[in-house]
Design a binder for this molecule. Sequence first.
Ligand SMILES: C[S@@+](CC[C@H](N)C(=O)[O-])C[C@H]1O[C@@H](n2cnc3c(N)ncnc32)[C@H](O)[C@@H]1O
Length: 410
Amino acid sequence: MACIEHGEARKLPHAAGSFDAVITDPPYDSMVEYRDSADWFHVWLKRSQAEADPLFALTTNPEGGSEYDRELIVKAAWRKMPGDSRNPTDYDVGMADALAEARRCLKPDGIVTILFGHDSPEVWDRMVKILGNASLVLTSVWPVHTERGSQMGKGNMEATLTLTCRPAPVERPIGQFRQVEEKIRSALQRKVLEWQTEGMSTSDIRVAAYAPALAFAGRYQSVHRLSGEAVETSAWLDLARRIATEQATQHVEEEFDNRTRMILDWLSEGYGRSPQTTGERRRKAFAHNLNDNSLGDLLPATGAKCHLPFASELNLTARPDCMIDSVLAVAAAARDQERTLDCLEAAGVDTEEHRLFALCRILSKHLPETDPDVAIWRWLDRERRSLVPMLNTRRRQSEAASRQTALLSS
Ligand SMILES: C[S@@+](CC[C@H](N)C(=O)[O-])C[C@H]1O[C@@H](n2cnc3c(N)ncnc32)[C@H](O)[C@@H]1O
């Protein structure tokens, strides 16, 4: 039977060792100011809801808003508000207390999952210390697409991470830096590739990479350099960021041709479909070993400005040596099955894992969901499991037909 209770996370009315799991979505440090945002509605709701329950009308806040003295967040303007408990120090202590309380109620083999997101390494550094102070160790991480990027207070982060933690074992070994670093490197190389293929943006991958690095480091009581100096958490975060960036860019460079890389670079600047100067196009062309004159069909200019048009406005042909032309040609085929198959064939697609589909996912992350080309790329990515077998059947039939023609004419 499910039972809903409302209360203070730092004081749970439950017996020690009674929970199999604690699943929590705590406040994300300085990401969202819950109480202050809710006050906008509270002034109306406390009147209208008082009829349902008089408690709704009560507040100890002298200004009539909701109480905030027990709210666990970091208020953006905390430095300017002396006496306000919503500052990093109080947040860290309060969160560690809340998680220690969760840990108290947990069975020895229980699990704590924490949904958390923030794009600042300093916040992650503090989060790891909070977990340590609550005697929890991070064991794995699952990125979940929950937020859209570029909204107020959310930075550029689109993924929230589900952190899985276990009660810290009493005895943990002491680690040696080089060995732990090597383990983190090989685990992250695999993970980054997996995340990229799933279409995660590089900025999200950089954040998501913190958790596996921290999970590995958390297997040790402490990790030491050869000099004997203990490794700080911030060193693992730096390492994770570096490996994730190296891996993410290397993957893109290995997979795609110059023209495609140039457009990915153009879109990572946040240019989308909006006009930019032809000077910028020239600079990007130069950076990717391309001749600016060859880009008029992809980023056409009007006067001193150029932009990326919709696929239907371009006249590009799919070809195996240019993935951007191929995906734009597919988008121009506007879900017409035969034309789509023609493009996939011309692009050399032979498996569902082909880089053309990876590019569709990457491009879809850089443009708005309402973009008509994005709608087709998402459809294509979804349908690839039925389109590729159709394509291969068509290929086999046409090979058989040509063999027959050759036999008949010999
Ligand atoms: C990330 S939100 C969780 C949102 C929730 N999952 C939902 O879908 O509505 C964090 C919540 O923790 C609440 N909170 C802040 N301080 C708290 C405290 N000391 N005890 C319990 N909850 C608190 C905030 O008001 C906010 O509603």
